[in-house]
Design a binder for this molecule. Sequence first.
Ligand SMILES: NC(=O)C1=CN([C@@H]2O[C@H](COP(=O)(O)OP(=O)(O)OC[C@H]3O[C@@H](n4cnc5c(N)ncnc54)[C@H](OP(=O)(O)O)[C@@H]3O)[C@@H](O)[C@H]2O)[C@@H](O)CC1
Ligand SMILES: [K+]
Length: 220
Amino acid sequence: MIIVDRETMKNIDAYAINELKIPSICLVERASLAVLNNINLDIRNSFGIVASVGNNGADGMALARNLLSIGKKVEIYIVGDIKKASTDFLINFESCKKMTDKIFEIRTIDDIEFFKNNLEKINTIIDAIFGTGLNRTVSGIYSYVIEIINLSNIFTISIDIPSGYDCDGEMDFGTYVDSDFIVSMQLMKKGLYYDTYFRDKIVVEDIGIAQKAIDKFINI
Ligand SMILES: NC(=O)C1=CN([C@@H]2O[C@H](COP(=O)(O)OP(=O)(O)OC[C@H]3O[C@@H](n4cnc5c(N)ncnc54)[C@H](OP(=O)(O)O)[C@@H]3O)[C@@H](O)[C@H]2O)[C@@H](O)CC1
Ligand SMILES: [K+]
């Protein structure tokens, strides 16, 4: 099994997109379907998608769109400034806005209270806040949201990496999502593999990043 650190994963992602011209929106779509295919849709019918506005959030918006398309109950909670959203986030966010009005921004303590109360009506949380882009301590509204997720005891699936957890397993960024299940994209992340708590809760899914991009940065 190939195990990568954060820098290597980001280099592979960038090479696939910028050099091999693999459209990043295709990778985002494959990532969303990788998560969808790991959800037992017979028992999971109501979802809280909790997303920030980078490409981890983009994966979350694509998943929200796919869940809405099959008629699942979906509520979307955005934590972060939509004005700073990535292109891939906005592409799927635009569709989600056409498919549901249950989209809420979490910015204030009142929003946190609203988020906490609304969680009582769903049975699955999708954690799409941070992935390999996490680069500093989790604070403020982000840490409140993660604490609410962890206190909720609702089954939580993290996209790529538990939000707040250091991809390399070296830094303590304050708080992170206590994921029940993690669907990690393309390659096993070093921090998760060497953490016995998370290692048995993770699946790694191919999302279409070419072997040529992986071989360029992995010396086997
Ligand atoms: N195209 C691709 O590469 C693909 C990526 N994929 C998916 O995207 C994920 C990587 O996406 P990403 O690089 O956009 O970063 P992400 O983890 O969404 O973070 C968002 C932003 O948050 C910020 N931030 C950081 N720390 C923070 C903090 N403590 N508190 C507050 N803000 C903080 C920081 O922005 P800054 O504030 O530094 O400008 C960061 O950019 C990857 O895990 C996978 O799921 C796959 O779909 C495959 C294709
Ligand atoms: K995540």
